[in-house]
Design a protein around this ligand. Structure first.
Ligand code: M6R
Length: 358
């Protein structure tokens, strides 16, 4: 039940610290990741990992792709299920397919699985629903342990998907004897992430006020970032769109000047994510560009890169895992904006929890 909450979405946002702690408990013994040896043996054979997903799960896959490359040194790419199924393209010699799907019922993802199975390629479904169609039909399944996600807008499944991919990437890297250039203590990071998320959730009053200032009187908004900041920008924009109906777009910060900056007018809301050292200065430059065109900017920065005028400062995690905490303000903006507009937060118009048509 919703308990004391006004919506499942707000309850599920708040559950995220507990979900990360549960995932850590489920997937670690004596500080070591525990993944089925058969699955790891199969993945060790792969020369490329294809992550297939839709919507929010696709955005979690963008983060996962980097984790597999960095922690296991296996080339990885994420594919939109609705596109990939019709354009499989030239696959690698020994592909391994990961289907990332909260519900395990998404028709677009399933039709890719049907094809990859026919081609006899190995597959794993990472899902929140143990007995779902994709979990049953793929060779292996890993659970998100997020607990039932009722709100149509996916929140805790996104953070859970990133966490489980990080654990799997770590386990694969260890099995391959790969020494990452920048190793990540994933278990420790999940604990830090749970605390960092809680710190954002504890600032709800501030986030509600920011929603009033930035989104309540506007019907469009931009989210920008680079690297992981771009991945989070895409997901934050999707959240805002689907529950508040504000036209939001996530953009690679450096790409704005190639066209989209024409849309920036006086008071246009622009949210910038500054999450990586390597690109922070560039993204700040892009913020200046939109400020000079009148944008109403809000910056979300990780502590070690923060400046005194940043709007929201996030506790530091390993850069690859920053999306775990950086998405939380985006989820809360979407929730408050929808609520202030009087929308049905949990059941947005035109949407269903699982999309079972192609
Ligand atoms: O159940 P799945 O993860 O396969 O669902 C994929 C998308 O339909 C889903 O993430 C959708 O984008 C959500 N409504 C986003 O909040």
């Amino acid at each position: 039940s919703k308990g004391t909450y006004d919506s499942y979405m707000s309850k599920e946002i708040d559950e995220q610290p507990a979900v990360l702690r549960r995932i850590a408990k489920e997937y670690y013994r004596d500080q070591q990741p525990v993944i089925s040896p058969d699955l790891i043996a199969e993945m060790k054979q792969a020369d490329r990992i294809y992550i297939v997903a839709a919507g929010t799960s696709y955005h979690a896959g963008l983060v996962g792709q980097e984790l597999f490359e960095e922690l296991a040194n296996v080339p990885a790419e994420v594919k939109l299920a609705s596109e990939f199924g019709h354009h499989l393209g030239k696959l690698s010699q020994r592909p391994f397919f990961i289907f990332l799907t909260q519900s395990g019922e998404t028709a677009d993802s399933r039709q890719v699985l049907v094809q990859t199975k026919a081609l006899k390629y190995p597959s794993l479904t990472v899902t929140n629903v143990a007995n779902s169609t994709l979990a049953r039909e793929s060779d292996y399944a890993l659970l998100l342990h997020a607990g039932p996600e009722i709100a149509v807008a996916s929140t805790k499944a996104y953070t859970a998907q990133i966490a489980v991919q990080a654990i799997l990437a770590q386990a694969l890297g260890q099995a391959l004897n790969y020494q990452p250039k920048h190793p990540i203590d994933v278990l420790n990071q999940l604990g830090l992430a749970a605390n960092a998320i809680q710190t954002v959730i504890d600032q709800k009053d501030k986030l509600e006020k920011l929603t009033e200032d930035y989104f309540d009187k506007h019907d469009r908004a931009f989210f920008i970032g680079r690297g992981n900041g771009y991945m989070v920008a895409l997901e934050a924009a999707l959240k805002l769109k689907e529950v508040s109906y504000i036209h939001a777009e996530g953009f690679a910060a450096g790409e704005l000047k190639h066209g989209t900056i024409a849309l920036i007018e006086n008071q246009t809301p622009v949210v910038a994510f500054i999450l990586e050292e390597a690109t922070a200065a560039h993204t700040r430059g892009n913020v200046k560009e939109v400020v000079s065109r009148g944008a109403h900017t809000l910056t979300i920065a990780k502590k070690s890169l923060a400046q005194s005028d940043d709007t929201i400062v996030l506790d530091d995690l390993n850069e690859l895992l920053m999306p775990l905490v950086a998405i939380i303000p985006g989820q809360l903006f979407a929730y408050f904006a929808a609520k202030h507009r009087g929308n049905d937060v949990d059941q947005p118009r035109n949407l269903a929890k699982s999309v079972t048509v192609e």
